[in-house]
Design a protein around this ligand. Sequence first.
Ligand SMILES: C[S@@+](CC[C@H](N)C(=O)[O-])C[C@H]1O[C@@H](n2cnc3c(N)ncnc32)[C@H](O)[C@@H]1O
Length: 268
Amino acid sequence: MLFQIKSYLKFLWHSKNEHAVHSPFVFDLVTKCFYDKKSKPEYQILKEYRNSLLENKNSIEVTDFGAGSKVFKNNARSIAKIAKTAGISSKRAELLFRIVNYFQPDPSVSEQAEQSILEIGTSLGLATSALFLGNPKAKITTLEGCPNTMAIAKNQFQLFNFNTVNPIVTEFSNYLKNYQLSIVNYQLIYFDGNHQKQATLDYFELLLPTITNETLWIFDDIHWSSEMEAAWEIIKTHPKVTVTIDTFQWGLVFFRKEQRKEHFIIRT
Ligand SMILES: C[S@@+](CC[C@H](N)C(=O)[O-])C[C@H]1O[C@@H](n2cnc3c(N)ncnc32)[C@H](O)[C@@H]1O
């Protein structure tokens, strides 16, 4: 906790708003997407999805993935509590919705390929709901190791008719090592599972064959621990990475070749 407070104070000291951003690409993203305060009809669906979980009084046996992704204990948890503690906040879900929506291919250009999105860490699907609503045409693959948690998420996806979501029960590295990643191009990956330095860097390397010039990767909790901060610093220096944006909660990574390497720290 003390680490996060210190880290947040450092963030506040270094962070900027749009006035300090000279890159037109990042300036547009900050002003038209991050700081878009207008209400959207989709926010109501995000709210309904969350409320239906918060009102769920049932409990499930959770398979907990701990240090080094080793399953270390089984325990009963209420669905409402998982929704409250493990999922994306309402404000972040709205921002995630806006980001996906902002970067979706132009729907008026019919020959543009549909988007593929990967989420690493489904939990009950709170962030998945934002990914889906941001671009209902995108193919979304979402990975979760706990079968009982995923069963609830799957039920939610059916209930809300999120029919482009493909939920997969798997340990993350098993999936990423065995799946032929070089044949897919994910335009967006949301990393929100295993918040450990080595695991984060392993997923980063394993997923590099899926990038295109338009790809955006979002890493959750980059200041959660000194380990995660160290992973973030390594990611920033990778030669394929050009622009990064640190919003404290998230680290956004772009691979756009036309941008010069530049690291932004932006308040959202
Ligand atoms: C923080 S939660 C995801 C929250 C979700 N993205 C949301 O916003 O609602 C992380 C999830 O990743 C799963 N997880 C963690 N490490 C894993 C691993 N190595 N393999 C598979 N699942 C894992 C946990 O079971 C947990 O449900």
